[in-house]
Design a protein around this ligand. Structure first.
Ligand SMILES: [Zn+2]
Length: 455
C-alpha cells in the first residue's frame, strides 16, 4: 500500500519546508519534491501542515481509584487521542505495594489490548523490596520499559519514601533508565488536609490550599538533590509552579539531567476556578492543583526557552456525576484528575503558536519529538523522515472550534476546557500508514494499536 501526500508544509522540531511525503505500508519511504505518483493513493495537503504524530507521555486510562475507574478506557481514550492528532500514548503500570512488577505488567498489557493508538508504559515503583531491583531489570531488558514512575505524594497508597526513591535511582542508573517523579510532599499535604477537614473546610478550594506551590517546590528540590547524589537522570512530571521550574532551571544550568514536563491545564487555567460554586468546582480537582497567572506566564517562558521539554496531558478523567461528586462534602474524597487527551494539540497550537508564545517547531518538539527522544521512541516516532513510522498529522490551520463535553470524544460528562475556542485541527490523522481520521470522522474501528518496546 502506497500513499502520497502532496503540497503540504512539513514541520519538524527543527525545520519547516514544503515537501511531498511517500508512505509505503507502515513507514515513511520518501520525503522530497516530485516523487513519482504511479499506483498510489493521493492526499492533497495544499495549505496544510504535516506534523509527526503526537505522543502523549502521561495518561491514565482505566485507572482504578476508590471512586471507580477513570472514565476513559484504552479504547475510548485512545480514539479521543486520535481525534486530536495523538497517535502514541504512554500510560502506567501501577502495582499495588509489594506486588510483582512482572505480573502487574502482564495484567496491564491485557487491559490495554483495545488501544487504537500505539502504547507504552512507565512502571510505577510503589514500594521497595528485595526483588525490586531484579524486576526493574526485567522491565528494561524484556519489556522495553525504560522509565520508572515514583510518587512523593499519595503517602500510604502508592507514594514511597526518600530512601526508597534513592534505591530506585541507583538501580535506574545501572540500567540506563529514567526516573520520573510526581513531586509533592505527601506528609505535608496530609497535615494540611486534616486541619482543613477538622475545621469543617470541605470544599474543592481546600484541595488547592492543601497542595500549595511550596509543597511541590520543596519536593522538586529534594528530588533534584537525590538525583545529583545518585547520578540519575530525572523527569519531573506535571510541573505547575514557578518556584519548581526555577529550581529545575538552576539544576539544568549546572548541567544536571533534569527534564521537565507540564500540561495544558497549568498553562491555560488558573486557581480562580476553585471559587466557582459546587458542583462546578469539583471538576478542577487535580494534583498538583491549578496555580496563579504568574505561574502560567513562567511556564510559557520555560516552554519557549526549552527548560520545559514536554507537554503531556496527565489525562485522567472522571465523570462529575457519580465520581467527582462523591467528594462533594469532603474534598479528600474527590478523585484527582481531569481529561485532556483530545485537545492538547489544538490548545497548544491556538494559545501557543498563534499567540507567538512558542514557534511551530517548538510545538512539534514538545508534543512529539522530545517525548520520543526522552522516552526511547526516536526516530521510530516523533519525526517525519525516511524509515520512521508513518504516524502523520495533516493539520488544517483554518477551522474554528469550541471545546465542549457535548461534542468531545472523551468519555466524560465534563470538560475543564468547556467553552475554549480553538483554531486548527487535524484534517487527516494517519496511523502506521493508514488514514484513521479524515475531516473529524473516524474511518473505522478496524485497526489496533501496538505495544511499544522502548530503548
Ligand atoms: Zn499522572
Amino acid at each position: 500500500m502506497k500513499l502520497l501526500i502532496t503540497g503540504g508544509t512539513i514541520v519538524t522540531s527543527e525545520k519547516t519546508f514544503l515537501s511531498d511525503v511517500l508512505v509505503t505500508d507502515e513507514k515513511i519511504s520518501a520525503v522530497g519534491k516530485n516523487i513519482s505518483n504511479d499506483n498510489v493513493d493521493n492526499i492533497d495537503a495544499t495549505g496544510m501542515y504535516i506534523f509527526p504524530g503526537a505522543i502523549d507521555a502521561h495518561v491514565h486510562l482505566d485507572l482504578p481509584t476508590p471512586a471507580g475507574l477513570s472514565s476513559d478506557n484504552f479504547e475510548t481514550g485512545s480514539i479521543a487521542a486520535l481525534y486530536g492528532g495523538t497517535t502514541s500514548i504512554i500510560d502506567f503500570v501501577t502495582p499495588s505495594k509489594n506486588e510483582s512488577l512482572v505480573s502487574a505488567f502482564e495484567k496491564r498489557l491485557k487491559e490495554a489490548k483495545n488501544s487504537k493508538t500505539d502504547f507504552g508504559f512507565h512502571m510505577s515503583i510503589t514500594s521497595w523490596n528485595k526483588d525490586t531491583a531484579k524486576e526493574m531489570e526485567v522491565c528494561v531488558k524484556q519489556f522495553g520499559i525504560t522509565s520508572f514512575k515514583t510518587y512523593m505524594a499519595y503517602k500510604g497508597l502508592i507514594g514511597i519514601e526518600e530512601n526508597e526513591l534513592k534505591e530506585v535511582m541507583k538501580t535506574a542508573v545501572k540500567l540506563n533508565a529514567l526516573v520520573t517523579v510526581h513531586c509533592e510532599n505527601g506528609n505535608e499535604i496530609l497535615k494540611l488536609q486534616k486541619n482543613f477537614i477538622y475545621s469543617g473546610k470541605t470544599a474543592p478550594l481546600y484541595h488547592a490550599l492543601s497542595h500549595p506551590s511550596y509543597v511541590e517546590a520543596g519536593s522538586v528540590k529534594r528530588v533534584i538533590e537525590l538525583a545529583e547524589e545518585t547520578g540519575c537522570p530525572v523527569y519531573i512530571v506535571h510541573t505547575s509552579a514557578k518556584e519548581s521550574l526555577e529550581m529545575i532551571e538552576e539544576a539544568q544550568s549546572k548541567g544536571q539531567a533534569v527534564y521537565s514536563e507540564t500540561c495544558p491545564q497549568y498553562l491555560l487555567l488558573d486557581d480562580s476556578v476553585y471559587n466557582l460554586p459546587l458542583p462546578d468546582s469539583l471538576k478542577y480537582v487535580i494534583s498538583p492543583p491549578l496555580r496563579k497567572k504568574e505561574d502560567q506566564r513562567y511556564l510559557w517562558k520555560g516552554l519557549k526557552n526549552g527548560s520545559i521539554k514536554v507537554v503531556a496531558t496527565d489525562h485522567c478523567p472522571f465523570n462529575l456525576k457519580g465520581q467527582k461528586d462523591s467528594g462533594i462534602n469532603d474534598f479528600t474524597k474527590i478523585p484527582n484528575g481531569a481529561g485532556g487527551i483530545e485537545h492538547r494539540l489544538s490548545l497548544l497550537y491556538t494559545y501557543g503558536v498563534l499567540k507567538n508564545r512558542i514557534s511551530i517547531n517548538q510545538f512539534v518538539a514538545v508534543t512529539s519529538t522530545n517525548p520520543a527522544k526522552v522516552f526511547g521512541l526516536y526516530p521510530q516516532k516523533g519525526e517525519i523522515a525516511v524509515g520512521s513510522d508513518a504516524d502523520i498529522v495533516i493539520w488544517n490551520p483554518v477551522p474554528n472550534n469550541i471545546i465542549s463535553a457535548k461534542t468531545h470524544h472523551q468519555r466524560c460528562d465534563t470538560n475543564i476546557y468547556e467553552g475554549f475556542t480553538t483554531k486548527g485541527s487535524p484534517g487527516y490523522v494517519i496511523k502506521k500508514g493508514k488514514v484513521v481520521i479524515k475531516n473529524n470522522k473516524l474511518f473505522s474501528k478496524d485497526f489496533a494499536g501496538n505495544y511499544l518496546k522502548r530503548k
